[in-house]
Design a protein around this ligand. Structure first.
Ligand code: SF4
Ligand code: SF4
Length: 255
């Protein structure tokens, strides 16, 4: 476990503008994807570029997925074993309300835990404690190979190959999953309590609502909770189906 943890706190709108700026800089330096990124799986067993899946690249001479992914969300428990993280705060709230937690980026936009040169000797400083998002990303998956082509680490597909792979991607089923999450303020609850001096006190608890956005952009309100009584981050439900998300909320909220 990390002994000293470096924590930055930033309002969501400032964080979003920082990411937009990094994204624009990154796009200037890399090639556009040949295949639709949103359809490419991170799992080796779901590969459609099957010939390429047989060539598992060596991550220690690559590192590009850690440079491409500008937002790596971490869970509350994962944040207990990383040396630094960024807390994202609800906009326009009087108190600091944490609605997401992510790994920090270096000034060049790469994950701050990435050590070395892209395409050269490179590694993850927190490899054994890396979050599930990193752990679940397979070297050799469709998305891995696409990132490598975008950064020029491996050659471009021929037009014919790209056409065949695109058709395969478009012809397979695309499950509805949560692509984006937004936690917003939705009011407050009033409570009466007795102070140490025996006087009645009125206190307020901030109510937050979790909105999920599916990959067809449908918005769904899934849960309202009192801040401080439950702990949710926007990254907690990403990539889940609505049924999986509801189950996770039921389990975590102890219903
Ligand atoms: S893009 Fe693929 S090969 Fe490169 S570091 Fe990521 S998983 Fe490893
Ligand atoms: S934590 Fe490690 S594996 Fe994850 S993005 Fe950062 S450098 Fe890559």
């Amino acid at each position: 476990m990390a002994e000293l943890v470096q924590i930055e706190r930033i309002r969501k709108r400032d964080f979003n503008s920082r990411i937009l700026e990094m994204d624009a800089g990154k796009k200037k330096a890399i090639l556009p994807p040949q295949l639709p990124l949103e359809l490419l799986s991170k799992k080796l067993e779901e590969s459609v570029t099957i010939e390429l899946a047989h060539q598992i690249p060596d991550c220690t001479s690559c590192g590009v997925c850690c440079a491409f992914a500008l937002i790596v969300p971490i869970t509350y428990s994962e944040s207990e074993s990383v040396p630094a993280y960024v807390d994202i705060l609800l906009d326009d709230a009087d108190e600091e309300i944490v609605i997401d937690r992510v790994l920090p980026r270096a000034e060049n936009g790469r994950c701050a835990n990435l050590e070395g040169e892209l395409g050269g000797p490179i590694g993850c400083r927190i490899y054994n404690d890396r979050p599930s998002l990193c752990h679940d990303f397979d070297a050799g998956s469709d998305r891995c190979h696409e990132y490598r082509r975008m950064y020029g680490i491996e050659g471009q597909l021929s037009e014919e190959e790209a056409k065949v792979f695109r058709e395969k991607l478009l012809s397979r089923p695309h499950p509805m999953v949560i692509e984006d999450v937004s936690i917003v303020s939705s009011g407050h609850v009033e409570r009466m309590s007795i102070s140490a001096e025996g006087e009645a006190e009125q206190t307020f608890g901030e109510l937050l609502t979790i909105w999920c956005f599916l990959n067809d952009e449908t918005p769904i309100e899934i849960h309202t909770f009192e801040y401080g009584k439950e702990k949710w981050f926007e990254g907690d439900l990403l990539g889940l189906t609505m049924d999986e998300a509801r189950k996770r909320i039921e389990e975590q909220a102890g219903w």
